[in-house]
Design a protein around this ligand. Structure first.
Ligand code: HEM
Length: 157
């Protein structure tokens, strides 16, 4: 018997591993599309030339997005449906969720934008681009802050 109320819903190491790997590659390939790795000679480092190949980073970003959507769905269901009241999000946890939701939402619309025949307005596309990039930067900065000051996503209720 485990009488510790924090026994459930703290993501296990598999979930952590998936989360860190996908966010790492999404960040790397996302910024790779801007494209900054060629410009700043990072792509000249042996083994990193692929960072300057648009379609390589593009498709890895898509793959990362698929894994990320699956992970986000799993954690959302886990948090909302399966384990109510066992853990709750902290303030920084909430802000990170909201930023990720914005990144996800704009990302999905950017995928739609890329389909041939899509006709989203230019203004909306600029909003999506800035929202996605700004959201990504805010999320990464906040994540660094949370890492340094040991802010957790959730606490036991
Ligand atoms: C932590 C997660 C993510 C980060 C850090 C991230 C980062 C980025 C960055 C920096 C860009 C370049 C923006 C620009 O050129 O102004 C980008 C582009 C893009 N991202 Fe993400 N992204 C993430 C998740 C996602 C997700 C979940 C999706 C889809 C569901 C997505 C879809 C896209 C698309 C379609 C583009 C535009 C590619 C193009 O030029 O056609 N991203 N991302």
């Amino acid at each position: 018997m485990n009488h510790n109320h924090s026994q459930t819903a703290a993501p296990n190491s598999t979930v952590r591993y998936f989360y860190l790997t996908t966010v790492f590659f999404l960040t790397l390939t996302g910024f790779g599309q801007m494209p900054i790795f060629k410009r700043y000679y990072i792509a000249d480092i042996p083994g990193l030339g692929w960072l300057a190949e648009f379609f390589v980073t593009h498709y890895i970003h898509y793959l990362g997005a698929i894994v990320f959507l699956a992970l986000a769905s799993y954690l959302l269901v886990d948090y909302v449906v399966m384990k109510p009241r066992s853990r709750k999000l902290t303030a920084t946890g909430w802000i990170r969720c909201i930023l990720l939701a914005g990144i996800l939402f704009s990302g999905v619309f950017l995928v739609i934008r890329n389909f041939s025949g899509s006709n989203l307005s230019a203004a909306f596309i600029i909003l999506l681009d800035l929202g996605h990039l700004g959201g990504a930067m805010a999320f990464l900065l906040l994540s660094a802050y949370c890492l340094i000051f040991r802010k957790k996503w959730t606490t036991a209720v």
